[in-house]
Design a protein around this ligand. Structure first.
Ligand code: MRU
Length: 350
C-alpha cells in the first residue's frame, strides 16, 4: 500500500522495535507508533492503535518475537508474555495463530530458545498474509463485474491486513484492472472504521465511494443500488460461520432477503478449524464509552472526546457478531472461492 506515494505496511519490525501505523489518529493524522517491547506491543492491540484481524495477528507475532529477544533463556518470561499477548483481544483468530507459530518456532526445547528463529517466523507470517491477500484480490476480482456497486462493512483493507487487505483487495484489484467500481462504506459504529479508515483508504486509492450510515444499507439494497457485499472476517469456523464486526449479521440478513450476493474474504490464517460453530467464538465486549462518546479533532487540531448520548444512560458494546454460514454466498480465500460448507477441504490440505 502507498500513503502519499510511499510504500508502507500496517506493521513491521525494525531491530527489536515494532512499528505500526497509529490507526486511532486516522484519517486526521498519519503517524507511526514505535512499540519498544512486547508490553508496548500488547497495548497497541488492546487500545486499537492496530486493529483488523491480520494486522493484529502480525503485531501479535512480532510481540511474541520481542518477548524472545527480551527474555533470552528465561522460559518463564516467554511463557508469561505468550499468555499476555493472547489476552489482548479475544475474537481475531490471527492473533492466536501468530502467537502460537512464533512461540513454536522460537522454542527449541523447554530450556532452549532462539530469538532469531522467532523473529524470522514473525516476518514470515506477515509476508504470507500479505501474499495471501494479494491472491484474494486476484481471485475476488473475477467475481466483480464492470460497473459493480459494492457495499462493505468495517475496514478490511490494507490497514487491517498488513498490505493488500482482505475484503478490499478484490475491490482494489478490480479498480486497477480498469473496471468501474463504486463502494458504499458502512460507517461502522461505534468506532467508525468504515467512515474513518475504509473511506481514507479508498480515497488514497482513488476508488469512487461514499460513506453511508449503518442503517442505510437496507434502503439502498431495496432500491437495487447494491450489486454485492464483500466483508472481511475476524474468525471463520469449521462449519462456515463467520465472525465479523458488529452489524455484519444485519447486512447479511438483508442481502439474502434482496437476493444480493454476500461474500466474505479472508486468508486461511483466519480460519479456526478447532471451533465447530459460530456459537464457540468468543465475542469481545468493549467499553461503553466507545458508544457514548465520539472523538475527532477540534478547531485547534487537538483530539477531543464528545458525549453524543443522553448523560447517565449506559451503553452495551458487543464488538462482533456471527453470520451463520447459510447467509454467506461464498468465502474468498487465497486457495480458492468456497461455499461455506466446502471449507473443510482446506483443513484436509493442511
Ligand atoms: O475491532 P476491529 O477494528 O479490530 O475489527 C476487526 C475488523 O477489522 C473487522 O471486523 C474486519 O471487517 C475484518 S478483519 C480484516
Amino acid at each position: 500500500m502507498k500513503v502519499n506515494g510511499k510504500h508502507f505496511r500496517t506493521v513491521w519490525m525494525e531491530g527489536s522495535t515494532v512499528c505500526l501505523i497509529e490507526q486511532n489518529l486516522l484519517p486526521f493524522e498519519f503517524r507511526i507508533f514505535r512499540a519498544e517491547n512486547y508490553r508496548d506491543s500488547c497495548r497497541t492491540i488492546s487500545s486499537m492503535i492496530v486493529r483488523g484481524a491480520g494486522a493484529i495477528g502480525a503485531t501479535a507475532g512480532f510481540a511474541m518475537a520481542q518477548a524472545f529477544v527480551e527474555g533470552g533463556d528465561d522460559g518463564g518470561f516467554i511463557e508469561k508474555a505468550r499468555e499476555e499477548i493472547k489476552n489482548t483481544r479475544p475474537t481475531a483468530q490471527n492473533l492466536f495463530y501468530a502467537v502460537e507459530r512464533v512461540y513454536r518456532a522460537g522454542s527449541l526445547s523447554t530450556a532452549q530458545f532462539s530469538a532469531e528463529r522467532a523473529v524470522n517466523e514473525a516476518f514470515r507470517i506477515a509476508d504470507e498474509d500479505a501474499e495471501a491477500c494479494r491472491q484474494i484480490g486476484k481471485l475476488g476480482n473475477e467475481l466483480i463485474s464492470d460497473g459493480s456497486r459494492i457495499e462493505t462493512h468495517c475496514n478490511a483493507g490494507w490497514l487491517a491486513f498488513v498490505d493488500y487487505g482482505s475484503a478490499l483487495s478484490p475491490v482494489y484489484a478490480a479498480h486497477r484492472s480498469g473496471k468501474q467500481v463504486f463502494v458504499y462504506a458502512d460507517e461502522t459504529r461505534p468506532r467508525g472504521q468504515g467512515a474513518r479508515l475504509t473511506a481514507w483508504e479508498l480515497k488514497n486509492e482513488n476508488v469512487p465511494h461514499v460513506i453511508i450510515a449503518d442503517n442505510a444499507g437496507a434502503h439502498l439494497m431495496s432500491h437495487g443500488m447494491v450489486d454485492m457485499m464483500i466483508v472481511g472476517s475476524d474468525r471463520i469456523v469449521a462449519n462456515g460461520d463467520v465472525a465479523n464486526k458488529i452489524g455484519t449479521l444485519e447486512k447479511a440478513i438483508v442481502a439474502q432477503y434482496y437476493g444480493i450476493p454476500f461474500y466474505v474474504a479472508a486468508p486461511s490464517s483466519t480460519i479456526d478449524f478447532d471451533c465447530a460453530t459460530g456459537a464457540d467464538i468468543p465475542i469481545e465486549h468493549r467499553h461503553q464509552d466507545e458508544v457514548l462518546y465520539q472523538s475527532g479533532p477540534n478547531a485547534n487540531g487537538e483530539t477531543e472526546n464528545i458525549l453524543i448520548s443522553s448523560p447517565g444512560s449506559d451503553a452495551l458494546n458487543p464488538a462482533f457478531d456471527v453470520t451463520p454460514a447459510g447467509l454467506v454466498t461464498a468465502i474468498i480465500t487465497e486457495s480458492g472461492i468456497f461455499k461455506p460448507q466446502e471449507l473443510a477441504v482446506l483443513n484436509s490440505q493442511n
